[in-house]
Ligand binder design. Structure first.
Ligand code: C2O
Ligand code: CU
Length: 473
């Protein structure tokens, strides 16, 4: 085993990889078929506490197993549905062939209880991804996990590699969708300026309003039952932060440290030093951390508009296990880098031509209505955005609502249009938070044929209609 593979497998990964690690020796066949069994079924969890409740999960784990492959692999997942309801698996962020995308009613028939389905696709490009059920609100019952694609040609720049899956939980049987307490739909989530909450109107007790979560977990455990990240002084550590939460945007901060953001949604950016990371539902960030401040430190989170969330994770240096952990402070005005502070690591000319098609996407809903819409229409009655194969398409998001919406496009990466940078330096993403009253534009090369789901990754907004189809043909 060479150094890279050794480190990947021996690091204190909070979650185990599914398969034995293959040797790096160049294989004569360009693609290695990597086979995984993934079974969705009824399970129970206690998130590390002494209170057990019933959930739905992959392979009986919360989260599901980390699936870790390489860019020269073809991933084959034997999916079995042992749930009492139909289900699918979506490979969030990875541009897979349309028939493998796992959106019920759009790219495949949902897999019925007792049935199975084989997903098989090449794993490119490298990066940090998520997989999750795309059926209804199943994600909020526990059906998600991390998918990591390594590039064997990347030179190793870190000593340890941790996957951190962030989860919001209502600790009741059945998870979030069964929670009795609901957040009012009319609340203002945008922190700071002109706060106002629940101005009457629809009070949001229906099933499509998100729950009031009472537990925030990292890798299936809540503080103080979390498995700490163990550090040795002088190490350089890669953190792959995946927000698999259904409805929670976090501002994360690690006490005693700043970190360097090196990728967003799997795509490399020019490194940006930061004290705070903001991460929306469906987003992933790769961070580099230099372990240069021995102690026992907490990673903590602030939830925009709500205050400190209970999400905490200790980072403990060798020999410092017995000191009391120090929490980060969240003083007002402590800024996270915004999307416009990022630029692509390597200039790319993909999708930088003038767009052939433009679509305005007005995001609204919430205040006096249980529906969330794009251009006033809710899925499946929303419009179909058409693109010819090979065309560059511009989407202009205009958020007319009082909540942020992490907008996610399947099957493609889009570029964030940044007027102060030349187009070849625009960052690529697949999930982008559009803040209240904000206008953001993205464009993408429609190079993956099929009908692609495009929606807000706030699960309860998606279910309440904030979705449409991008048809590439
Ligand atoms: Cu992460 Cu349409 O999904
Ligand atoms: Cu939304």
């Amino acid at each position: 085993m060479d150094r890279r593979r050794f480190l990947l497998s021996s690091g204190t990964l909070a979650l185990a990889c599914l398969l034995p690690v293959p040797s790096l020796a160049k294989s004569p066949v360009p693609n290695n078929l990597r086979s995984f069994d993934l079974t969705a079924g009824l399970a129970s969890t206690n998130l590390g506490t002494d209170r057990t409740f019933r959930v739905w999960s992959y392979n009986q784990g919360i989260p599901g197993p980390v699936i870790r492959v390489r860019t020269d692999d073809v991933l084959k997942v034997n999916f079995r549905n042992k749930l009492p309801h139909p289900s699918t698996v979506h490979w969030h962020g990875l541009p897979v062939p349309n028939s493998m995308d796992g959106v019920p009613g759009v790219t495949q028939q949902a897999v019925l209880p007792g049935d199975s389905f084989t997903y098989e696709f090449p794993c490119k490009p490298s990066g940090t991804y998520i997989y999750h059920s795309h059926q209804g609100l199943q994600l909020d019952r526990g059906l998600y996990g991390a998918l990591i694609v390594d590039d064997p040609n990347d030179s190793l720049t870190h000593d340890q590699d941790f996957v951190l899956v962030l989860e919001d939980w209502a600790m009741v049987d059945g998870g979030g969708p069964e929670a009795g307490k609901r957040k009012p739909a009319g609340r203002m989530m945008h922190g700071g300026r002109g706060m106002m909450r629940g101005p009457g109107g629809w009070s949001g007790s229906g099933p499509l309003s998100e729950p009031v979560y009472n537990a925030y977990a990292v890798n299936g455990r809540i503080y103080p039952h979390t498995k700490p990240v163990k550090l040795k002084k002088g190490e350089k550590v890669r953190l792959r932060v995946c927000n698999a939460s259904s409805s929670t945007i976090y501002d994360l901060r690690l006490a005693g440290h700043s970190f360097t953001i090196v990728r967003t949604d799997g795509r490399p950016i020019k490194p940006v030093k930061a004290e705070v990371l903001r991460i929306g539902m469906g987003e992933r960030y790769d961070l580099e951390l230099v372990a240069d401040n021995p102690g026992n430190w907490l990673l903590g989170a602030y939830e925009s508009g709500w205050g400190e969330s209970g999400l905490k994770l200790p980072f403990v240096y060798e020999g410092k296990e017995d000191i009391k952990p120090v929490a980060p402070s969240f003083r007002r005005g402590l800024a996270y880098p915004g999307y416009f502070d990022f630029q692509a690591a390597a200039p790319s000319t993909e999708a930088y031509q003038e767009p052939a098609r433009w679509y305005r996407q007005v995001l609204s809903g919430g205040m006096h209505s249980p529906y969330w819409t794009i251009n006033g229409r809710g899925y499946p009655d929303s419009e179909v955005l058409r693109a010819d194969l090979g065309q560059v398409v511009r989407l202009a998001y205009i958020n007319h609502s009082h909540m942020p919406h992490p907008m996610h496009l399947h099957g493609h990466f889009f570029k964030l249009v940044n007027p102060s940078l030349p187009p070849e330096k625009w960052i690529s993403k697949d999930t982008l938070i559009v803040d209240p009253m904000q206008r953001l534009e993205v464009q993408f090369l429609a190079d993956n044929p099929g009908d692609w789901f495009h929606h807000c990754h706030h699960l309860y907004h998606m279910e309440a209609g904030m979705a449409n189809i991008v048809r590439v043909a």
